[in-house]
Design a protein around this ligand. Sequence first.
Ligand SMILES: [Zn+2]
Length: 492
Amino acid sequence: MMDMKKQRLTLRRRIGKNEERTYLEVPFSLEGSVERINISYRYERGGEETVVDIGLRSPERIVGWSGGARESFFVGSEKATPGYLAGRIADGEWAVLLGAYKIPEGGSDVFVEVELVRPHGRWMKGDLHMHSVHSDGSYTIEQAKDSCKARGLEFMALTDHNTSSQNCTVFAPDEQLLLIPGVEMTSYFGHANVLGASDALQDFRVTTSEQADEVLGEARERGGLVSLNHPFCPSCPWELGFDVPYDAIEVWNGPWRALNERALTWWQEQLSQGRRVIALGGSDTHRVDRFVKHGRPTASVWTETDTVQGVLAGIREGRVVLQFDPDETCMALTSGEYGIGDTIPRVAVEELGGVPLTIDICGAKGDRVALWSDRGIEAVWDIAVQAAAVEAGEWETEVAEAGEWTVHREIAAIVAFDASDDKSCMPMISTEAAAESDVALYKLEAENGQVRVQFQGSGDRLFYRLEARRAVEGLEQTVMTCMTNPIYIART
Ligand SMILES: [Zn+2]
């Protein structure tokens, strides 16, 4: 099948000896929306020394030149290879620039591959909560970027306390990361992230609910998305009430702990009352730490474009899945053409005689997946560890002996650390409890770590959402490995 997202052009240019030390253009035309151009090239080197340099020109200007240093590069709307400018990709006549620096007697054939990437939906991973030297963190922005990139993240929000100087730093476009402007309104009565506006807070000195109302309302008018952070944190809970303007709640702050469990319970209550609140997560990383790391949790956001506004639009739509780590258990929940964050219209429910759900799980290792609605847990699936994963476990043991930490040990350590908290994390629903209630309990084996499950949901529910948890051996506790935002079902 042809990939409509990508269009590939192969261009060839023969360079003669007589063209040595001149600049040549290999034109190509571009039409319709393109979000990224990938270019690679190779050339015949003959027996003699051959050097062909490369660059790119848009209809408007030269957008970059890498000489002979790179075999491939790309330009995108907000990302680009170092040496190239990111920006809107205009329709019209473009050209790959070739510099015929050293050409052999017989000439040289240059082959250029141009790949045009059209806007398309995809999940992107990032961290929506972290601090730098611009407040009480120890990372410079460059260090925080490097750390996020090493964790495989594609966007990050710098949310320093009550300041916007972190958003004033000017950077060349990055190859991997989108930088979402942010700030954490940090009051003595609660913290709230404002994402997507570079100077969202006029005055952070909030001590009353009325002031919070005003400041957060203004932040939203400036284009900011407001998330109430760690609202049930024992040391800095949200005490300014839930009547203030906000879009999301940070259900998952840092490693999974009791404070998150409380936020989750509150969120479930809100959803069950028919409210629509987006669940977000962020690592709240300040410095190098044993447990707290960039991308723990990771927010996976469905976006139509590889841009800051695309990610923010995905968040506003509630198209967010939270994961323990960037490469941990991930889940998707769909019903026909509807996905996470969508509302299934009544007419569709009636046509289909309910809500047929498809659940896709990957990377689960002994996780228990629960399907939640406004009625509580509806069904549970145990994802057995397959033989291959057990072998991997032996390998993990060696890694652990070498002084590194496996995710399983990491989880056990976090739980042990958190056990000092008065309210521990939720015990997993027991097999007996599941049998006593109406909850259907299924056992599955993941093939290549991937499972697809079908479930016939009912049209009289308000929403469906998923949670995956992993038990910690020897402890009566579980740690969240992945959770989704809901698919909503229209009432009327
Ligand atoms: Zn905070």
